[in-house]
Structures are given as C-alpha cells and as structure tokens.
Write a new protein. Structure first.
Ligand code: GLA
Length: 436
C-alpha cells in the first residue's frame, strides 16, 4: 500500500513538472545574488568574485543560495564583428567570462548572466534580439547556468501574449538546444501576462516594474494599480505595492514556474529592520525567487539574520510549491491588515498577518478564515503554531506559541508581519527542520 501511494505521488509530481518549462530546473524558487540592486552598472570581475567569496565565508550555500548573477553592463561596446558573438567589456573583465564562470564554479556556486530580448539592454549595451542562438551557444560555452532576460528596446514586439511569447520563446528554445541546463529567468515586467503565456517556456518571470528600496513610498514612475492589465510597468515600485501586485497571481505559479517579485533589497538601507523582515517574509511565502541584491561582502548581523532565517527559507523552498494566497484584506489607517495562507507538505500550512499601516494594530484572526479552503473541520480543530521569527530554546527559528483553536489575537507592529507554520495538533511535531 505504501508503495502504491509513493508511485502515485511520483506520477503526480512528474505530471506537474511536465507542465512547466522542460529543463527540469527551479523545482523550488531559485536562490542567489545579483549585482544590479546595489552596484548597478558599476561592476567588474572583482565585484562578482568578491560576492562569491562572501557566499563561501558566510556559508550561504548551506541555506540554499547558489546562483551568482551578473546583471547589465558586462558587455563590450559591440559584438565580435566577424562572428557576431557577444563579447565582454575587456576593462571590467580582463580574463573573460569563461574564466569568471570557472572561478565561481570552483567555489561550488553557479553563475548567471544577463541580456535583453531587445536591440539593446536597459543599460544601452547590445541586446540578444535576433541573436538568440549564437548568444545561447556562447553562454553555454562559457559555463553559464542562469540567464536573466530583460525586455528593453524590444522594437514593439509586444502587445499581445502571443507576440511576447514568440520573442521570449526564441531564447527558451535556443537555451534548451545547447544541451546545458540553464535556468531561464524572464524579466518582461509582467507585460502581456507572462504568468499565462510563459509557464511552459521559462522558469520564472518578473511580474512588475523594478523594485524600489522603500516600504510604500508613492512614485508615479510605477503607474499601474494592478499588474493584470498594466501598460507601463515602469520602475520605482515600492515593496508593499509589489505584494499587492503579486496577490492575485500566485495561483499561476508552481514547481519550475515562479512569479518573480524582483530582487531583494534587504540590507540596502532604504527600509527599517522590521520592514526588511516583512519584505523577506512576503517574498518567501509568495514563492518568489530569493535573489539577494545587497552588498554581501559588507553585511550587518541584522541583515544576515534576516536572509538566513531557515524557517522562512524552508517555507519558500517547500516542495509543494504553492504560493500563499490572501484570505482577507481589511483597510486600516494608512494601510491594511491582511491574512495569508499557503499549504505546505505533510499537512502543514504557512499563515501570515501583514500590517502595512504605520501604526500598531491588534486584530483577531479566525481559523475559519485561515482554513476557509480546507473546510469546517480544519477551521475548528486545534493547530500548533510556530512563530517563524522567534527562536526556540535550541536556537532554531520557529518557536511554538502553543495550541490555536477557533481564533488568535495578534498584536502587530507598524509595517510588520507575523508568520507561523501551522501543524494539525494530532501530528504536531516540529518537523520542518528535518524537512529542510
Ligand atoms: C531592467 C530590469 C532590472 C535591471 C536593469 C538593468 O530595469 O528590470 O532588474 O536588470 O534593467 O539595466
């Protein structure tokens, strides 16, 4: 009987994978670091090697971080004029990209690169539009493991899901044809709804304009109120706005196909500690890729404590791959109180309450709301709740707050979040550490 259950599980798992991009990668959201949020165009071989060395010294791979991703501005002024192959800036990368990738690999990490499905990249370097095959082949020959693929200067080849699909599919096919497993991270800012059209051609897709290192600052350069029909994704999108953008589209993500809420700003200085805790928590439970965007060679202990919260990372990396969904959302002064829930393996759930208002709030959450999808038995039975931002006596993230039945009163600070792992009390052992 156990055998039979196991084989059914295998069939279900492989069916789920087959409905994603068929490169078999990112069965849980990818984790790593990217140059852009902190360094912008000011990058060189040294920037990237130093970050990789910091990964090793902080042992970040132990937590799941593995990709070191070089964003825009690595390119020379022009392609090789005889072969058309991409060429790196010889000043910034005197040893070339293959040598850099080798160094990253020698440190036990994986290496990512950036280009754009346009004539130019957003930073004005040469793009890959109509050069997909030679670029994919060159990346593979350099040992690239990951491509972030942007959307600037796309020559108007967007506007319907099908037009966008074709342009991004050209690179998807070219990457697969190399035979090298290369994670494909689309970055078309939600244009034409990639959560609908890209699930079979990419491992993740950005859902909005670029993140800004601010909790909720207003900025007209991020003009859309929703991403569902957004004509100008823009940039300077505050963190809390991206949470709102992501809320309705979690249903489209799963193993191998993730909504990318953009790279993390944790540690870059624009938000408070509590705001960064909120940022990391929400990216984790919404199953965004967790791509660090700070200077990892120079981190405070506070930053390190956030990005290494194993209990949150375990939620993000849960094999079930179900982004949390917003169950209730109630306006309060200057923001809202919202309730989020997502299912995890072994009958567990992640439950979160988010307060985007600038004031303390007290609220009572009803288990019938938390477990609305699961029905009245789940809503009325006892659950053991583990607070994922408290450590237990052994120093492990995730402290039991005891049994919760019926409702739970929650005090929550400004711009803050509470996140718990809920386990049916009938099987309430602290299993998630072993499940990492
Ligand atoms: C776009 C992307 C960013 C970054 C820059 C680089 O704005 O959305 O994440 O890659 O381009 O120029």
């Amino acid at each position: 009987m156990a055998m039979l259950t196991w084989s059914i599980a295998l069939i279900v798992t492989s069916a789920a994978v087959a409905r994603a991009y068929n490169n078999g990668l990112a069965l849980t959201p990818q984790m790593g670091w990217n140059t852009w949020n902190h360094f912008g165009c000011d990058i060189s071989e040294d920037t990237i090697v130093s970050a990789a060395q910091a990964f090793v010294s902080y042992n970040l791979t132990q937590y799941g971080y593995e990709y070191i991703i070089m964003d825009d501005c690595w390119q020379a002024p022009a392609r090789d004029n005889s072969t058309g192959a991409p060429v790196a800036d010889p000043q910034k990368f005197p040893n070339g990209i293959k040598d850099l990738a080798d160094k990253i690999h020698d440190m036990g990490l994986k290496f990512g690169i950036y280009s754009s499905a346009g004539l130019y990249t957003c930073g004005g370097r040469f793009g890959s539009l109509d050069f997909e095959v030679i670029d994919a082949q060159t990346y593979a020959s350099w040992g690239v493991d990951y491509l972030k693929y942007d959307n600037c200067y796309n020559e108007g080849r967007a506007g319907t899901p099908q037009i966008s699909f074709e342009r991004f599919n050209n690179m998807s096919q070219a990457l697969n044809a190399t035979g090298r497993p290369i994670l494909y991270s689309m970055c078309n800012w939600g244009e034409d709804g990639p959560w609908n059209f890209a699930v079979t051609i990419a491992n993740s897709w950005r859902i909005s304009g670029d993140i800004m290192d601010s909790f909720d600052r207003f900025d007209d350069r991020c003009p859309c109120t929703s991403v569902l029909d957004c004509k100008l994704p823009g940039f300077h999108c505050a963190m809390a706005r991206i949470i709102d953008f992501a809320a309705p589209i979690g249903q489209k993500a799963g193993p191998g196909k993730w909504n990318d809420l953009d790279m993390l700003e944790v540690g870059n200085g624009g938000m408070t500690f509590d705001e960064y805790v909120t940022h990391f928590s929400m990216w984790s439970i919404l199953k965004s890729p967790l791509i660090l965007g700070n200077d990892v060679t120079n981190m405070t202990n506070e930053t390190l404590s956030i990005i290494t919260n194993e209990a949150l990372i375990a939620v993000n990396q849960d094999p079930n791959g179900s982004p949390a969904s917003r169950q209730t959302n109630t306006a309060v002064d200057g923001g809202s109180i919202s309730l989020w829930q997502g299912s995890l393996v072994n009958d567990a759930f992640v439950v979160a309450v988010l307060n985007t208002s600038p004031n303390n709030q007290t609220t009572t959450i009803q288990m019938s709301d938390v477990f609305f999808d699961q029905g009245s038995v789940a809503g009325s039975e006892p659950w053991e709740f583990f607070d994922l931002w408290q450590k237990d006596d052994a120093g492990t993230w995730g402290k039991s707050i005891g049994t919760v039945q019926g409702s739970l009163e929650v005090d929550i600070g400004p711009h803050s979040v509470k996140v718990w792992r809920a386990i049916p009390q009938s099987s309430a052992t602290k299993r998630f550490v072993e499940e990492l």
